[in-house]
Design a protein around this ligand. Structure first.
Ligand SMILES: O=P(O)(O)OC[C@H]1O[C@H](OP(=O)(O)OP(=O)(O)O)[C@H](O)[C@@H]1O
Ligand SMILES: Nc1nc2[nH]cnc2c(=O)[nH]1
Length: 322
């Protein structure tokens, strides 16, 4: 794993959740009636998500909390972005008590949405789903049903999914309702709630991280101004004096690519690499956009912006292909 961590701000999380609800048609295509937040990182995202789902149907979805822990509780780990060491096994620190005498909630027939802030090795999510399935089976037996007869569904919402080989796999039925608001490279994510120094400085750093720019792309309209497209034309002027030009085109890349789910690594290549890496990134981006062009979901205006963007990017590549 690369050593540099990515600063994440509260706003980025809020905006990503907003966009994800729209992008995945949450509340319509999959309309949960129970959220289960994995604490502590899943608590704030679940609460934000509840607001966006309420805005759709006017109903507040109940949030239940479970506590699972995989990462070692070393003295400074987790604090101020110090990466934690993954443990071997997930441990339960808190669980549902649906069978308890004072419990009013049944899992049967529900559309459940598990919420967490990050899917890293996937061990935590796999464990949570396996334990939940055991509870569902137990409740089905108690109700005199056959396994699966209650048609209870489980979905997963994560704010960040790390793009890496996962240690364990989720059941196929659950993957059909797997909603990652954003995909990140395999770096340590430094969340705002882990910051114990200056949250203002942390927020500023989150804007400078390329991922911050990409993240912002997800919530804005997929539209790039003519001036931004135009700026590609003279990007080569500053290339020779460093990577200033790449910063100039980073925003339009983040806007178009981020909004339509382009791999953030491409944008990272474009803005953080050598000229040659940048050119590779631009070409990968053109490929991505070319596939997107003409999609029925795109407006005519967006389509023509993409066409123009590819044309300008190609000019940029030709000029700089050293
Ligand atoms: O995909 P995985 O490798 O299993 O990692 C993801 C889990 O790791 C973090 O939990 P952590 O144990 O650090 O607890 P916390 O949420 O209280 O910080 C995070 O909140 C996820 O639940
Ligand atoms: N804060 C934090 N917790 C994690 N748990 C697993 N991966 C991560 C990460 O990148 N950041």
């Amino acid at each position: 794993m690369a050593s540099n961590k990515l600063h994440i701000s509260y706003n980025q999380i809020h905006q990503l959740i907003d966009y994800a609800v729209k992008r995945f048609h949450l509340g319509d295509d999959y309309s949960p009636d129970l959220m289960i937040a994995i604490g502590g990182g899943g608590f704030i995202p679940a609460r934000i998500l509840r607001s966006f789902l309420k805005a759709k149907h006017g109903r507040n979805i109940p949030i239940q909390a479970i506590g699972l822990s995989l990462y070692e509780e070393l003295p400074n780990a987790g604090q101020d972005g110090v990466p934690e060491i993954p443990g071997v096994q997930v441990t339960k620190t808190q669980w549902l008590n649906f069978g308890g005498a004072d419990s009013l909630v049944s899992l049967l027939g529900r559309k459940i949405l598990i919420v967490d802030e990050v899917d890293d090795s996937r061990k935590t999510l796999v464990y949570a789903v396996a334990e939940l399935l055991k509870d569902i089976r137990a409740q089905e037996i108690q109700a005199g049903m056959n396994p699966g007869e209650s048609n209870t569904e489980i979905g997963i919402f994560v704010v960040y999914n790390k793009d890496k080989p996962k240690a364990e796999e989720l059941p196929e039925a659950v993957m059909r309702h797997y909603y990652p608001a954003a995909t990140t490279p395999d770096r340590w994510l430094f969340f705002p709630w882990d910051c114990t120094t200056d949250i203002g400085v942390h927020t500023e750093l989150s804007k400078q991280d390329i991922y911050g720019t990409v993240g912002e792309g997800w919530h804005r309209q997929p539209s790039v101004s003519p001036e931004q497209i135009e700026s590609l034309k003279d990007a080569n002027v500053t290339l020779v004096s460093g990577f200033v030009c790449l910063a100039r085109i980073r925003e339009p890349l983040g806007l178009v690519g981020g909004y339509w789910g382009m791999d953030p690594e491409i944008i990272f290549q474009v803005s953080a690499g050598s000229p040659r890496t940048a050119i590779r990134g631009i070409l990968a981006m053109c490929d991505f956009l070319a596939k997107l062009r003409g999609s029925p979901e795109l407006s005519d205006e967006t389509n023509s912006q993409i066409t123009l963007f590819i044309e300008r990017a190609n000019i940029w590549v030709r000029i700089n292909n050293i």
